[in-house]
Structures are given as C-alpha cells and as structure tokens.
Write a protein that binds this ligand. Structure first.
Ligand SMILES: Nc1nc2c(ncn2[C@@H]2O[C@H](COP(=O)(O)OP(=O)(O)OP(=O)(O)O)[C@@H](O)[C@H]2O)c(=O)[nH]1
Ligand SMILES: [Mg+2]
Length: 196
C-alpha cells in the first residue's frame, strides 16, 4: 500500500553552487539563463519510480548571505535536505562543513534526520582534488547519506540522484505505513482479548 505521493525536498548551500541549475535540469532538462534566487523558489517534479507516480516538491532556497536567516523557515515537514556545493570552490565546501551541515544538525533531531543528499556539483569543471570529501561529510552526518557528483551543465547524475532519493523516500513511507497497520492489529487483538 502507498499513502504518500508527494515529498518535500529543500535545497541549501552557498550562493552560485548550482542549486537552481540542478532543479532547472531536473524539471525542464535545460541549463543556463538563471538569476540568483531571491528568497525561495518552488518547483514540482512528477516522476515514476517502481511503477509509482510521485511528486517531488522542490524548495530551492537562496544562498546569498542576506537570506540565510530565513532558510530554517522552510525546514518544517521536509522529507529530504539536498545540500549542494561547488567542486571548484573550496570556500563552498568549507561553508558546507562549517555552516550548512551544523544548521541541519541544529534543527533536526539527530536520530530522526530527513534523508540527506549531498550534490558535489560542477563536476564538468573539476580541477581540484575532492578525495576525502565524502568521508568527511559522513563523519558529520553518518553513513546513511547519499553523495553524488553532479553536473547541471552536462546533465551528469541528476536523474539518477533524484530517482535514488525518491525510491528511498517511497521505501521509508511504505515501512511507516506497515508499522501503523501492524500496531493497529495489536490494538484489535487486545480489545478482542478483553471482550472474550
Ligand atoms: N560549469 C558548470 N556551471 C554550473 C553548473 N551548475 C550551475 N552552474 C553555473 O553556476 C552559476 C550559479 O548557478 P545557480 O544555479 O544560479 O546557483 P544557485 O546555487 O542557485 O545560486 P543562488 O540562487 O544565489 O543561491 C550559474 O552561472 C550557472 O550557469 C554546472 O554543473 N557546471
Ligand atoms: Mg538559486
């Protein structure tokens, strides 16, 4: 059985790392002509995963300093946080480690984190060594995160990343539903027991 057909995803990370470009590629299969986001932009992407039609509700936030204080307003009810950094800019990785990840860990219960995805974006331009990045991030967030090297420009790993995320969210949703049904049965058994 399948209850949820839409999932809220929030994209965060330093300005100009390519958050909007990833969404633009996902939703319109296009690249370029994007202005720096003001506040937050919303896009819904429908996709089929394991024969199920689902919607990814993507909240694409602004990375500019002046918008940082409003970002936690979008954290409520989120199924997944997609943290983006730019593989050609060390400052964007440092900011991911020292600002964006701590922001997520401060807001959510550590045992009840939304699904975390990291996009190491602009892989088409890679001139820097990013060995060790994934391990460093896992050291902070645990092994259950997804880590993808992406390029919005050359369309590398965008669909695989969102499909993998969607399939994990569906799985989680189905497990939750099963737990609810099972606990419902226990209650029913208990009340029958009392009745007889
Ligand atoms: N080469 C390359 N350039 C990219 C890629 N993704 C985005 N860009 C470029 O990076 C710049 C910033 O992209 P945006 O998508 O606007 O970045 P953003 O993270 O949404 O920025 P804010 O809205 O300010 O937070 C633009 O010039 C994009 O064309 C990529 O995969 N490869
Ligand atoms: Mg943007």
């Amino acid at each position: 059985m399948f209850s949820n057909n839409s999932f809220k995803i929030i994209l965060i990370g330093k300005s100009a790392v390519g958050k909007s470009s990833l969404i633009h590629r996902l939703c319109f299969n296009k690249f370029g002509d994007i202005e720096s986001t003001i506040g937050c932009a919303f896009n819904r992407k429908h996709m089929y995963v394991n024969d199920k039609k689902i919607a990814l509700d993507c909240w694409d936030t602004a990375g500019q300093e002046r918008f940082k204080s409003i970002i936690p307003m979008y954290f409520k009810g989120v199924s997944s946080v997609l943290l983006v950094y730019d593989v050609t800019r060390k400052d964007s990785f440092n900011e991911l480690i020292n600002y964006w990840i701590p922001l997520v860990l401060d807001y959510y219960d550590r045992d009840n984190l939304p699904q975390i995805v990291i996009a190491a974006n602009k892989i088409d331009l890679l001139e820097f060594n990013i060995d060790g990045h994934e391990e460093k991030i896992k050291g902070l967030l645990g092994d259950n995160i997804l880590y993808f090297k992406t390029s919005a420009k050359n369309n590398i790993n965008i669909i695989p990343m969102f499909k993998k995320l969607a399939s994990l969210l569906i799985e989680e949703d189905e497990e939750e539903e099963e737990t609810i049904i099972l606990s419902g049965w226990e209650d029913e058994e208990q009340s029958l027991c009392c009745y007889y």
